[in-house]
Design a protein around this ligand. Sequence first.
Ligand code: CU
Length: 243
Amino acid sequence: MAALGLVAPGPGGAYEIMAVADGGALTGTVRFVGAPPTLDPIPVNKNRDVCGETKPSESLVLGPDHGVKGGVVMIEGVTRGKKAGGDVTLDNHKCLFVAHVTAVSPGDRVHVKNSDPVLHNTHAFLGRTTVFNLALPNKDQTIDVTRRLSKPGVVRVLCDAHTHMSAWILVHDNPYVAVTDTHGAFRITDVPPGTYRVTLWHAGFRPKGADKDGRPLYDEPRTVTKEVTIAPRTVATVDFELR
Ligand SMILES: [Cu+2]
């Protein structure tokens, strides 16, 4: 198979784009087991005329049968395969980040947008380092942040104007990554056949009080890793439990 190009040099070397002729797929679900915590609504600190008095916490979102929305499933160690290149928009919409959890890989084009008639200031951190810090005073304003998200990791996103607003962007080092839907389901396609470690990441959701600015705090994110073999032109399944 011919290599089509190189992107995203990382610690393990560059991810190489190639045609995946015999690719398989990986599907599955993430399900919550046990009693979920009660998550208090988060008070809105300003622009209440536009944003409302409170917003629901999105740190744990369960659908039918306790399917977990907003889990990130990542296939680890894929060094050659399909091309990234999705278009992703993180929207400040009705005073929430939409989506609350996003997964991207180098090669995806990423924009931050403001759909509201109030100032939002989207501030993203990788660890303690700011990766972007954008004042968006105008409705329908859009800023390209593609180049700021070249380094793999868990990016925490806050709004400096509104303490109730937060989001996550997971930057994976290859395009084999997906976010679970409202049923807790995911699907990753065109995977080169092989045996892989597959990791679920989910944000912390057990309340731990609030910081000095009134932002709610939760416990640490969880990760669960499993090993999965994906055969040519078949669909493998892996299910995760969150508790
Ligand atoms: Cu805001």
